[in-house]
Design a binder for this molecule. Structure first.
Ligand SMILES: [Zn+2]
Length: 375
């Protein structure tokens, strides 16, 4: 197998696996990486939460006094979208400093950089701490792969620091908001549309719920880095046909939470705010993540990233969630940073690309961060 000194060829190889989620189908990609990492001296285990939905954990070095550093990324991508791509989404076409393809920025470029860095780090002499690499399935639809690994109990073991390679254009981020996606249902009684007085209209009830949601206020002051929590009604559906009284309507609600705000409390508060007659189902429940910027390891990574960012990074967070929502608590809350070569603006876009020079820089940065931790 190709040794992949060159991270571009691995990025292109990863792009060639169609891991559009749904349906995901990460197994081939995971098996490919497993072989590569095994050849590099890693102990690799594959885990499937369902048929062909495969995550991978690779480990090298013993668990001594210092817990390993963990590099983590997801293998799935979002769908291609409704419009036609000009580039082939799976060929990894290169044009100048850009490599194109679904997942190039989010986050196969980052994953390739992590794998190449891990393979280089495998050869550190007198290693003080181990290296763990976690490649997950199904991050994009709510971190199912990471959740499965966390639930197994003994698969993830421990980590002293966690790096998530999501697209940040190589800027280290200290945290992100959590997500709580809800389906709020109202129910009624159906009747013929010409005799509405005989029914009970679930859409009228839903309309009131939407108005209540629009007026909802979070009882928490904004986080200094992550800002205020938000709520958005994203979808609404209901009714079977125009000439019936609808007996069911469903409202999709996207809430983004901040530290010091538990998703569970938000959910319970919303249930009592809307009343017991509405049914609330949790579709995605991912907590927020924040690491103290003063943490020694964060400052160490800021030191390393200063030349790459051309100025000293400052503590920043983002609104989107990552596998850290699941992995950080599963590892016992080690310091966590989000740092990857992808372009945040390119994630989920048509003709997605990643700068090749950023992927190369990410390899250098990961190797340096790993060396500091393990060397
Ligand atoms: Zn991603």
């Amino acid at each position: 197998m190709e040794p992949y000194k060159n991270c571009l060829s691995l990025t292109r190889k990863l792009i060639s696996f169609n891991t559009v989620n749904p349906p995901g189908q990460e197994r081939d990609c995971a098996e490919y990486l497993a072989k590569l990492l095994e050849d590099g001296g890693f102990k690799v285990t594959l885990y499937e939460f369902s048929e062909r939905r495969t995550s991978l954990i690779a480990q090298i070095g013993s668990y001594g006094d210092k817990a390993p550093i963990c590099f983590a990324g997801h293998m799935d991508t979002v769908p291609l979208g409704g419009n036609r791509w000009e580039k082939d989404p799976f060929s990894g076409e290169v044009n100048g400093d850009k490599v194109f393809g679904r997942g190039s920025s989010d986050m196969k470029g980052g994953l390739a950089a992590m794998v190449v860095a891990a393979l280089r780090l495998a050869n550190i002499a007198n290693r003080k701490a181990g290296i763990t690499l976690v490649c997950t399935a199904s991050e994009e639809t709510g971190c199912q792969g990471a959740r499965h690994l966390a639930k197994l109990g003994n698969a993830l073991r421990e980590a002293g620091a966690l790096l998530i390679g999501e697209p940040t254009s190589n800027y280290p981020l200290v945290g992100h908001k959590g997500a709580l996606w809800l389906e709020v249902s109202t129910s009624g009684v159906t009747a013929h549309g010409s005799m509405p007085e005989q029914g009970e209209n679930a859409i009228y009830k839903a309309a009131q719920v939407v108005t209540r949601l629009q007026a909802y206020k979070f009882d928490i002051s904004p986080h200094p880095l992550l800002g205020a929590p938000t709520l958005n009604v994203g979808t609404i559906s209901g009714g079977m046909n125009i000439n019936s009284v609808p007996d069911r309507a469903v409202i999709g609600v996207d809430i983004r939470t901040i530290p010091n705000q538990r998703n569970r409390d938000v959910y319970e508060n919303l249930q009592s705010y809307l009343g017991q007659e509405v049914e609330i189902e949790r579709i995605v429940d991912a907590g927020s993540i924040i690491t103290e910027p003063e943490h020694e390891w964060v400052q160490e990574v800021f030191d390393i990233m200063e030349p790459f960012c051309r100025k000293r990074p400052v503590a920043r967070g983002v609104t989107y969630f990552t596998d850290a929502s699941v992995l950080t608590p599963a590892f016992g809350n080690p310091p966590t940073l989000i740092l990857g070569p992808g372009e945040p603006a390119m994630a989920h876009k048509l003709d997605e690309f990643c700068y090749i020079s950023k992927i190369e820089e990410a390899v250098e940065a990961y190797v340096e961060i790993g060396n500091k931790w393990c060397g």
